[in-house]
Design a protein around this ligand. Structure first.
Ligand code: LMR
Ligand code: SF4
Length: 510
């Protein structure tokens, strides 16, 4: 089992750090399909660079290494108990070496187990098959895109689309709606797995299982093949674009599966996966524990790293360098679309910290400061110094109930995250003089590179992702998507995509 444990560690490392070829092809195609100089084209260039950096650094593509979910097939007679033990050991080891972020949190106490083990984590499903070797598939699906999963119970009334009945056309509407409701918050452009039927539990399992299909396969069910092709063509007309910035590519893959249902139920379950679609698999010799071959690694696909073609001069975004702490005057001069380069100190803060700061003081002075919605992967060296191994943004909307109050209470001038925030925050940005900056979700290596030094940390009791890390950064680039003058790119994209969604209300599959 020692060799099997090593093979599992190799699988986890590969999954977290190397994006499979079929996913690369889809992202390269999106990059080529995006208009030069647009925010989406620039974001895709950053994403491509990040994918290459992760491969070269053998470090996580995205800091959120998700809920490790294993689907395993074993020959009859293989010892599944021993295999499970070896997998758990490999998960612990991968966490120690920074290939996985400690992601297993006690739901009642909030305590992070620190090693990715805990009640229900990781997820491991075994099944037997007739072959004489084992197959272990792994998906690392992050929390932000998991939050955008959605389940419909038909018949239903869907905003923009009207009535969705218990038929193929009703299913079509659900899937389009699922893409619309994700906006940029699951780090679009995304991949979706759809499960038709089952019950609430098995429907979601079927949806997630679809994500193990290759992006370029063709559904053996003719009706579903047609539906998949239809969705790929039309979901991209919604114009949500990379990170919700608007653009030509919103969806990179759509895979639909079907199972029988109960007479009374008709579920359509959708599993949304971000562009950082980390799934891999290995065939393993059960006698030696050695990897025979990788399942999703049959060709070498290089990322398209051609520099994005510059926009014409009048479209060129302004680039403004800001040194933290930032003055109100500087912030008021910014507008949606500006690119901001930040130097100086920033502080990470996400769910636990925002909740805490509502009725406590902050251990550091945040006046003029920058808050980064980020839960990094951190490793401590032998001298006891912390290093940032992966540090992309997290979905900001979760902080919507707190953010406006916290901006005002502590004098914060810039909030960095992804996916945008709501009306309450937008109002506070205007009242206080602050901006929301959208960083590229999943670009964890790209941002880790600008983190020059870890100045300190507070609230380690919240666990590594939720702690407040004080970071000195140089050249941290982000886009102003909500300014202090009441403008929000997110509100605009949501509005136009909702209007476009209504174009799909007429029946297509009769
Ligand atoms: O937890 C994180 O770091 C990010 C999360 O996956 C998200 O998309 O919000
Ligand atoms: S931050 Fe974005 S890329 Fe990373 S796991 Fe979350 S949704 Fe995926």
């Amino acid at each position: 089992m020692e060799k099997f444990r090593e093979s599992m560690l190799a699988l986890i490392t590969e999954t977290s750090t190397y994006l499979p070829p079929d996913v690369r092809v889809a992202i390269n195609a999106a990059k080529q399909n995006e208009d030069a100089g647009t925010r989406s084209a620039l974001s895709l260039a950053t994403i491509a660079e990040n994918i290459v950096m992760a491969e070269e650094n053998v470090s996580p593509i995205c800091q959120d290494t998700g809920m490790p979910t294993f689907e395993i097939k074993t020959p009859v007679g293989a010892n599944q108990i021993e295999m499970k033990k070896a997998i758990l050991e490999a998960v612990v080891e991968a966490t120690k070496t920074g290939k996985l972020r400690p992601n297993s949190v006690d739901s009642l106490t909030g305590e992070n187990s620190g090693n990715n083990l805990g009640a229900g984590t990781p997820v491991i499903h075994f099944e037997q098959w007739e072959k004489d070797y084992a197959e272990v598939k792994l998906i690392l699906k992050g929390g932000g895109c998991e939050n955008k999963n959605i389940q419909y119970s038909l018949p239903a009334e869907l905003e923009g689309l009207g009535k969705a009945g218990r038929d193929l056309d009703g299913i079509r509407k659900c899937i389009l709606h699922a893409v619309y409701q994700a906006q940029g918050q699951g780090c679009s452009a995304g991949f979706i797995g759809v499960g038709i039927g089952g019950d609430r539990t098995s429907g979601y399992a079927l949806a997630k299982h679809q994500l193990f299909r290759r992006v370029d396969d063709v559904n053996p069910n003719e009706d579903l093949a047609k539906l998949e092709a239809y969705i790929m063509e039309n979901a991209n007309k919604l114009g949500i674009g990379t990170m919700g910035f608007g653009g030509n590519t919103t969806l990179l893959g759509c895979k639909i599966g079907v199972e029988n249902r109960l007479p009374a139920s008709f579920f359509v379950s959708v599993a949304y996966n971000c562009w950082a679609f980390r799934r891999q698999g290995v065939q393993v010799d059960v006698n030696t524990g050695e990897i025979i071959k990788y399942v999703y690694k049959d060709e070498v696909v290089k990322m398209d790293q051609a520099a994005p073609v510059a926009a014409t001069e009048d479209e060129e975004p302004r680039e403004i360098v800001l040194q933290a702490p930032i003055s109100e005057e500087q912030i008021r001069s910014l507008k949606v679309g500006d690119v901001v380069i930040i130097n100086g100190e920033m502080h990470t803060g996400r769910d636990a910290l925002h909740k805490y700061l509502m009725d406590h003081d902050c251990p550091v002075d945040l006046n003029g400061g920058v808050i980064y919605h980020c839960g990094p992967v951190m490793l401590k060296d032998r001298e006891g110094e912390w290093h940032v191994k992966a540090a992309g943004p997290t979905t900001s909307i979760r902080e919507e109930p707190y953010q406006g109050d916290i901006i005002k209470k502590f004098g914060i001038r810039a909030v960095i995250g992804k996916g945008g925030m709501g009306a309450k925050t937008l109002k506070a940005l205007g009242e206080h003089g602050a901006v929301y900056l959208n960083a590229i979700g999943g670009a964890a290596q790209y941002y880790a590179r600008c983190m020059e030094k870890v100045e300190g940390v507070d609230f380690m009791e919240f666990g590594i992702p939720e702690a407040m890390w004080h970071l000195r950064v140089k050249g941290f680039a982000a886009i102003v998507t909500m300014d202090s003058h009441g403008n929000s790119l997110h509100a605009d994209v949501e509005k136009t995509s909702k209007e476009r969604l209504a174009d799909f209300a007429e029946p297509v599959f009769k």
